[in-house]
Design a binder for this molecule. Structure first.
Ligand code: NAG
Ligand code: NAG
Ligand code: NAG
Ligand code: NAG
Ligand code: NAG
Length: 409
């Protein structure tokens, strides 16, 4: 059977060593309150149904209440997974350039501000269904943080890219200001994982320096996807089994390829040369130069539209203007190129040629924060954790100790 541990392990697609935090500012007797910003797949999601048609007679057409759809393992078993995909997928309109849910499906991201929604993806708290839980537990038990007061969560609809998450950035600003006031005007620390890193970057780029100086203590990123990842192309091409080998990646792909956020996570032209081969077949080498052709050839033309809608965010890599602690793993095999054997078509399974990274994000993207050295007044601290993968970084003791040091004086 699929265990929750294997499943949860890699569901998230989709911040040179300096351990010196001595310069940490003394802020009286108070700790900086924390807001947790999750990555792709890192928020609980609930659905309410009133559908006129379903993809299988076993699928529910209606529900009287919202029910947890992500993450709920019971929905990922054969046949029922088809219901899940129909309820969770987005439909893209290439004229309005926006997405919508399947007719009759109402999707809600519950619990704004509540850290529980990002500490646990599975609300039943079945043990390996945790996400930010070890960070949360460490802050509460070791440092005396209080949930909903000095520890908050900022969940969002991770299927959508920033162009459709405008409201989120406004709500995040209010949440930070409110948390600052609730904690005797202590500036807030943002702790972000994976896609949460670039979400925070975009948010901070949109605030003026005066606001940042007042409200933000620092940004701690864990495995941030600063410049995209080849893994995103792999998911577009063949899907992802979420680390559970009994799940069929080709089935999950039907939902995964409808998420504009996946298009945002494609390798950035600031980090990859236009001529670098990302996908190789006998007849064609796909690079950033002919990426549109790749999406046409794998029959996911919307992937290219998602790219066009989100490239503007990748291209602005202006420093965030706050103190950054950029933590990430390394020395874990990470797909760098998809290689199709001679004669193999794009619908077969390619060989994944690996390079360095954290198993999900390529090293150059993880290290992206280094580009801000000297580009802002506040310091950029960079710390690599060898052999810690993209999900382990949320629970590795050395990482937790680092966070603890940053938040302690
Ligand atoms: C469900 O949808 C139908 C139309 O498709 C509508 O008439 C009905 O009021 C809806 N029910 C609820 C509870 O929203
Ligand atoms: C929008 O999508 C439709 C259907 O896939 C396609 O025929 C059309 O060319 C697309 N239009 C644009 C402007 O991309
Ligand atoms: C946090 O607030 C939410 C919403 O009010 C509540 O349901 C939850 O129980 C609170 N959590 C704690 C630990 O008090
Ligand atoms: C693709 O690129 C590789 C080098 O990375 C080269 O050996 C190969 O001949 C190229 N194939 C085509 C079809 O251009
Ligand atoms: C945590 O990370 C450190 C530093 O990379 C590593 O040495 C250690 O083995 C990791 N711990 C576990 C339990 O993986």
């Amino acid at each position: 059977m699929i265990t929750k541990r294997t499943l949860i392990y890699s569901i998230i697609l989709l911040c040179s060593a300096s351990n010196n935090v001595d310069s940490w500012r003394f802020r009286g007797n108070k700790r900086s309150p924390v807001v947790l910003v999750p990555g792709d797949g890192g928020s609980q999601v609930e659905a309410k149904l009133n559908k006129s048609s379903v993809v299988h007679y076993l699928c529910e057409k209606t529900s009287t209440e919202y029910f947890n759809i992500w993450l709920n393992l019971e929905l990922l078993v054969p046949i029922i997974i088809d219901c899940f995909i129909d309820n969770m997928k987005l439909t893209y309109d290439n004229t309005t350039r926006t997405t919508s849910n399947t007719p009759g499906v109402d999707i809600n991201i519950p619990g704004w501000g509540d850290p529980f929604m990002v500490e646990w993806l599975d609300p039943s708290k079945a043990s390996p269904g945790g996400y930010f839980k070890d960070v949360g537990n460490m802050l509460v038990s070791d440092l005396g943080y209080v949930r909903n007061l000095s520890l908050r969560g900022a969940p969002y609809d991770f299927r959508k890219a920033p162009n459709e998450n405008g409201e989120y950035f406004k709500k995040l600003k209010t949440l930070i200001e409110e948390t600052y006031l609730m904690n005797d005007k202590q500036p807030v620390t943002l702790i972000a994982h994976s896609m949460g890193g670039p979400m925070c970057l975009l948010f901070l780029q949109r605030q003026n320096q005066k606001w940042k100086n007042m409200y933000i203590n620092s940004l701690i990123t864990l495995g941030a996807v600063w410049g995209g990842s080849v893994k995103a192309l792999k998911v577009f091409a063949i899907g992802d089994d979420l680390g559970a080998y009994l799940l069929r990646e080709s089935i999950l792909r039907n939902q995964q390829i409808t998420s504009p956020s996946l298009g945002w996570l494609i390798p950035s032209s600031l980090f990859w040369k236009n001529s670098e081969v990302l996908v190789q077949t006998q007849t064609t080498n796909y690079t950033l130069n002919n990426l549109q052709q790749f999406f046409l050839d794998i029959n996911v033309p919307n992937g290219w539209e998602f790219r066009k809608d989100t490239e503007v965010y990748q291209k602005d890599f202006t420093a965030p203007g706050v103190e950054v602690h950029c933590l990430h793993g390394a020395n874990v095999d990470t797909v760098e190129r998809l290689f199709y054997k001679a004669g193999a078509t794009l619908d077969s399974h390619p060989q994944l040629i690996n390079g360095d990274g954290d198993g999900t994000v390529n090293a150059r993207s993880l290290e992206g924060c280094q580009h801000w050295q000297g580009k802002q007044n506040a310091k950029i601290y960079h710390q690599v954790f060898p052999h810690v993968d993209h999900m382990q970084i949320l629970s590795n003791q050395s990482v937790l100790n680092y966070i603890k040091t940053v938040l302690t004086f």
